[in-house]
Design a protein around this ligand. Structure first.
Ligand code: 13P
Length: 256
Protein backbone atom coordinates (compact mmCIF):
# COMPACT_ATOMS: atom_id res chain seq x y z
CA UNK A 1 0.00 0.00 0.00
CA UNK A 2 2.72 2.49 0.99
CA UNK A 3 4.64 1.64 -2.16
CA UNK A 4 1.52 2.40 -4.17
CA UNK A 5 1.18 5.82 -2.57
CA UNK A 6 4.78 6.75 -3.32
CA UNK A 7 4.36 5.69 -6.91
CA UNK A 8 1.13 7.63 -7.03
CA UNK A 9 2.77 10.84 -5.94
CA UNK A 10 5.89 10.54 -8.08
CA UNK A 11 4.08 12.71 -10.63
CA UNK A 12 1.65 15.42 -9.62
CA UNK A 13 -1.63 13.86 -8.55
CA UNK A 14 -4.71 14.45 -10.70
CA UNK A 15 -7.95 13.54 -8.93
CA UNK A 16 -11.21 13.53 -10.87
CA UNK A 17 -14.20 14.20 -8.62
CA UNK A 18 -17.26 13.23 -10.62
CA UNK A 19 -19.57 14.23 -7.74
CA UNK A 20 -23.13 12.90 -8.39
CA UNK A 21 -22.69 12.69 -12.17
CA UNK A 22 -22.45 10.00 -14.82
CA UNK A 23 -24.13 6.67 -15.36
CA UNK A 24 -22.90 3.13 -15.91
CA UNK A 25 -22.51 3.65 -19.64
CA UNK A 26 -20.33 6.73 -19.07
CA UNK A 27 -18.24 4.92 -16.47
CA UNK A 28 -17.50 2.06 -18.91
CA UNK A 29 -16.85 4.46 -21.78
CA UNK A 30 -14.65 6.94 -19.92
CA UNK A 31 -12.63 4.45 -17.86
CA UNK A 32 -11.95 2.39 -21.00
CA UNK A 33 -10.83 5.56 -22.77
CA UNK A 34 -8.52 6.49 -19.86
CA UNK A 35 -6.95 3.05 -19.57
CA UNK A 36 -6.11 3.22 -23.29
CA UNK A 37 -4.39 6.59 -22.98
CA UNK A 38 -0.78 6.76 -21.68
CA UNK A 39 -1.26 10.11 -19.92
CA UNK A 40 -4.24 8.89 -17.93
CA UNK A 41 -3.26 5.25 -17.38
CA UNK A 42 -0.92 6.25 -14.59
CA UNK A 43 -0.52 5.80 -10.82
CA UNK A 44 -1.02 9.54 -10.33
CA UNK A 45 -4.51 9.60 -11.89
CA UNK A 46 -7.39 8.96 -9.51
CA UNK A 47 -11.12 8.68 -10.19
CA UNK A 48 -13.52 9.58 -7.38
CA UNK A 49 -16.74 8.08 -8.70
CA UNK A 50 -20.12 7.72 -7.02
CA UNK A 51 -20.07 4.70 -4.65
CA UNK A 52 -22.40 2.75 -6.95
CA UNK A 53 -19.89 2.67 -9.80
CA UNK A 54 -16.67 2.00 -7.91
CA UNK A 55 -16.82 -1.79 -8.18
CA UNK A 56 -17.57 -1.71 -11.93
CA UNK A 57 -14.67 0.70 -12.41
CA UNK A 58 -12.42 -1.53 -10.31
CA UNK A 59 -13.22 -4.50 -12.56
CA UNK A 60 -12.50 -2.45 -15.66
CA UNK A 61 -9.13 -1.39 -14.23
CA UNK A 62 -8.23 -4.91 -13.11
CA UNK A 63 -9.18 -6.45 -16.49
CA UNK A 64 -6.44 -4.47 -18.24
CA UNK A 65 -4.04 -4.27 -15.29
CA UNK A 66 -4.42 -0.48 -15.35
CA UNK A 67 -2.35 1.81 -13.15
CA UNK A 68 -4.98 4.45 -12.31
CA UNK A 69 -6.50 4.45 -8.84
CA UNK A 70 -9.97 4.91 -7.39
CA UNK A 71 -11.29 7.11 -4.60
CA UNK A 72 -14.59 7.23 -2.80
CA UNK A 73 -16.25 10.63 -2.44
CA UNK A 74 -17.11 9.93 1.19
CA UNK A 75 -16.73 7.28 3.90
CA UNK A 76 -18.87 6.36 6.90
CA UNK A 77 -18.22 7.60 10.40
CA UNK A 78 -18.73 3.93 11.41
CA UNK A 79 -16.15 1.32 10.58
CA UNK A 80 -16.44 -2.43 10.04
CA UNK A 81 -20.01 -3.72 9.90
CA UNK A 82 -23.25 -2.99 11.74
CA UNK A 83 -26.75 -1.60 11.78
CA UNK A 84 -26.00 1.64 9.93
CA UNK A 85 -28.48 1.76 7.06
CA UNK A 86 -27.13 3.39 3.93
CA UNK A 87 -23.53 3.61 5.12
CA UNK A 88 -20.31 2.42 3.41
CA UNK A 89 -17.43 1.61 5.74
CA UNK A 90 -13.69 1.90 5.27
CA UNK A 91 -13.42 -1.90 5.49
CA UNK A 92 -15.80 -2.26 2.53
CA UNK A 93 -13.86 0.26 0.47
CA UNK A 94 -10.60 -1.44 1.38
CA UNK A 95 -12.01 -4.82 0.36
CA UNK A 96 -12.54 -3.66 -3.23
CA UNK A 97 -9.19 -1.89 -3.43
CA UNK A 98 -10.10 1.77 -3.07
CA UNK A 99 -6.92 3.77 -2.48
CA UNK A 100 -8.25 7.20 -1.44
CA UNK A 101 -11.31 8.79 0.15
CA UNK A 102 -12.41 12.41 -0.17
CA UNK A 103 -13.30 13.67 3.30
CA UNK A 104 -14.69 17.07 4.24
CA UNK A 105 -15.59 18.35 0.80
CA UNK A 106 -17.33 21.72 1.25
CA UNK A 107 -20.46 20.35 -0.43
CA UNK A 108 -20.74 17.78 2.37
CA UNK A 109 -19.79 20.24 5.08
CA UNK A 110 -22.48 22.66 3.87
CA UNK A 111 -25.28 20.42 2.53
CA UNK A 112 -24.99 17.73 5.21
CA UNK A 113 -23.76 19.92 8.07
CA UNK A 114 -20.73 17.68 8.55
CA UNK A 115 -18.98 18.95 11.67
CA UNK A 116 -15.31 18.67 12.58
CA UNK A 117 -16.28 15.83 15.00
CA UNK A 118 -17.93 13.88 12.16
CA UNK A 119 -14.95 14.49 9.88
CA UNK A 120 -12.56 13.31 12.56
CA UNK A 121 -14.40 9.96 12.71
CA UNK A 122 -14.31 9.66 8.91
CA UNK A 123 -10.58 10.39 8.91
CA UNK A 124 -10.04 7.77 11.65
CA UNK A 125 -11.92 5.20 9.57
CA UNK A 126 -10.00 5.89 6.41
CA UNK A 127 -6.65 5.67 8.21
CA UNK A 128 -7.70 2.45 10.01
CA UNK A 129 -8.61 0.93 6.62
CA UNK A 130 -5.35 1.95 4.93
CA UNK A 131 -7.18 4.41 2.70
CA UNK A 132 -5.38 7.71 2.12
CA UNK A 133 -7.65 10.63 3.05
CA UNK A 134 -8.03 13.52 0.62
CA UNK A 135 -9.02 16.04 3.27
CA UNK A 136 -10.63 19.19 1.84
CA UNK A 137 -10.43 22.65 3.35
CA UNK A 138 -11.63 25.96 1.97
CA UNK A 139 -13.16 29.28 2.94
CA UNK A 140 -16.25 31.12 1.72
CA UNK A 141 -15.92 34.45 -0.07
CA UNK A 142 -17.17 36.24 3.06
CA UNK A 143 -14.40 34.72 5.14
CA UNK A 144 -11.82 35.59 2.51
CA UNK A 145 -13.02 39.18 2.41
CA UNK A 146 -12.72 39.55 6.19
CA UNK A 147 -9.03 38.52 5.84
CA UNK A 148 -9.51 35.84 8.51
CA UNK A 149 -9.16 33.03 6.03
CA UNK A 150 -5.79 31.78 7.29
CA UNK A 151 -7.17 31.36 10.81
CA UNK A 152 -10.24 29.64 9.41
CA UNK A 153 -8.17 27.18 7.34
CA UNK A 154 -5.91 26.42 10.31
CA UNK A 155 -9.01 25.54 12.34
CA UNK A 156 -10.08 23.12 9.61
CA UNK A 157 -6.59 21.55 9.66
CA UNK A 158 -6.50 21.34 13.44
CA UNK A 159 -8.49 18.09 13.62
CA UNK A 160 -5.67 16.22 11.90
CA UNK A 161 -3.71 16.54 15.15
CA UNK A 162 -6.57 14.90 17.07
CA UNK A 163 -6.46 11.63 15.13
CA UNK A 164 -5.80 8.66 17.39
CA UNK A 165 -4.28 6.53 14.64
CA UNK A 166 -1.42 8.44 13.09
CA UNK A 167 -1.46 8.63 9.32
CA UNK A 168 1.54 7.88 7.13
CA UNK A 169 0.25 9.79 4.15
CA UNK A 170 -2.42 12.43 3.74
CA UNK A 171 -3.54 14.63 0.89
CA UNK A 172 -4.88 18.05 1.81
CA UNK A 173 -6.92 19.73 -0.90
CA UNK A 174 -7.36 23.50 -0.73
CA UNK A 175 -10.69 24.21 -2.41
CA UNK A 176 -11.89 27.77 -1.83
CA UNK A 177 -15.68 27.57 -1.91
CA UNK A 178 -15.88 30.69 -4.07
CA UNK A 179 -13.82 28.95 -6.77
CA UNK A 180 -15.86 25.75 -6.99
CA UNK A 181 -17.93 25.60 -10.17
CA UNK A 182 -17.65 29.37 -10.71
CA UNK A 183 -14.89 29.64 -13.31
CA UNK A 184 -13.08 31.98 -10.88
CA UNK A 185 -9.74 30.84 -9.48
CA UNK A 186 -7.37 32.38 -6.95
CA UNK A 187 -4.18 33.73 -8.50
CA UNK A 188 -0.90 31.86 -8.23
CA UNK A 189 0.26 33.88 -5.19
CA UNK A 190 -3.02 33.17 -3.41
CA UNK A 191 -2.74 29.43 -4.06
CA UNK A 192 0.93 29.42 -3.01
CA UNK A 193 0.09 31.27 0.21
CA UNK A 194 -2.26 28.47 1.23
CA UNK A 195 -0.02 25.58 0.16
CA UNK A 196 2.76 27.17 2.24
CA UNK A 197 0.32 27.52 5.14
CA UNK A 198 -0.61 23.82 4.85
CA UNK A 199 3.01 22.63 4.90
CA UNK A 200 3.97 25.05 7.70
CA UNK A 201 0.98 24.05 9.83
CA UNK A 202 1.60 20.34 9.31
CA UNK A 203 5.35 20.46 9.93
CA UNK A 204 4.82 19.59 13.58
CA UNK A 205 3.05 16.40 12.61
CA UNK A 206 5.16 13.21 12.54
CA UNK A 207 8.28 13.76 10.42
CA UNK A 208 7.52 10.37 8.85
CA UNK A 209 4.14 11.46 7.50
CA UNK A 210 3.90 12.34 3.84
CA UNK A 211 1.83 15.51 3.28
CA UNK A 212 0.66 16.43 -0.22
CA UNK A 213 -1.19 19.68 -0.93
CA UNK A 214 -3.63 19.86 -3.86
CA UNK A 215 -5.57 22.75 -5.32
CA UNK A 216 -9.21 22.41 -6.42
CA UNK A 217 -11.82 24.85 -7.79
CA UNK A 218 -12.49 25.58 -11.49
CA UNK A 219 -9.39 23.69 -12.66
CA UNK A 220 -9.54 23.39 -16.44
CA UNK A 221 -7.38 22.53 -19.42
CA UNK A 222 -6.66 26.25 -19.83
CA UNK A 223 -5.39 27.00 -16.28
CA UNK A 224 -3.83 23.62 -15.39
CA UNK A 225 -0.33 24.50 -16.58
CA UNK A 226 0.09 27.56 -14.38
CA UNK A 227 -1.39 25.74 -11.37
CA UNK A 228 0.83 22.66 -11.72
CA UNK A 229 3.83 24.93 -12.28
CA UNK A 230 3.56 26.09 -8.65
CA UNK A 231 6.49 24.13 -7.21
CA UNK A 232 4.85 23.17 -3.89
CA UNK A 233 1.60 21.99 -5.45
CA UNK A 234 1.26 18.21 -5.32
CA UNK A 235 -1.59 18.11 -7.82
CA UNK A 236 -5.19 19.09 -8.43
CA UNK A 237 -8.73 18.03 -7.57
CA UNK A 238 -10.88 18.48 -10.66
CA UNK A 239 -14.68 18.68 -10.68
CA UNK A 240 -16.57 19.73 -13.83
CA UNK A 241 -13.63 19.41 -16.24
CA UNK A 242 -13.15 15.76 -15.23
CA UNK A 243 -16.49 14.85 -16.81
CA UNK A 244 -15.18 15.56 -20.29
CA UNK A 245 -12.63 12.99 -21.47
CA UNK A 246 -10.92 15.41 -23.86
CA UNK A 247 -10.43 18.09 -21.16
CA UNK A 248 -9.38 15.55 -18.56
CA UNK A 249 -6.76 13.95 -20.82
CA UNK A 250 -5.43 17.46 -21.56
CA UNK A 251 -5.21 18.14 -17.82
CA UNK A 252 -3.34 14.87 -17.20
CA UNK A 253 -0.93 15.68 -20.03
CA UNK A 254 0.43 18.51 -17.87
CA UNK A 255 1.28 16.32 -14.90
CA UNK A 256 4.98 15.67 -14.60
P1 13P B 1 -15.02 22.34 -10.12
O1 13P B 1 -13.73 21.88 -10.74
O2 13P B 1 -16.23 21.96 -10.92
O3 13P B 1 -14.96 23.79 -9.75
O4 13P B 1 -15.17 21.52 -8.73
C1 13P B 1 -14.13 21.52 -7.84
C2 13P B 1 -14.40 20.51 -6.81
O5 13P B 1 -15.28 20.71 -5.98
C3 13P B 1 -13.61 19.28 -6.84
O6 13P B 1 -13.77 18.55 -5.66
Amino acid sequence: MQEDIHQATAKKLIVANWKMNGNLEKVVHDITCYTNNPSTNNHNVVFALPFLYLISAKHLLLNVNAKCKLASQDISTFNNYGAYTGEISGSMLQEIGISYSIIGHSERRLLYAESQEVLLKKLENAVASNITPIYCIGETLDIRNTKRYCEFLKQELDILFKLQNPFHSIIIAYEPIWAIGTGVTPNIQEISEITDLIYAFMQNYSPHAKITALYGGSVSDSNIKEILDIPQIGGVLVGGASLNTKSFIQICNYSY
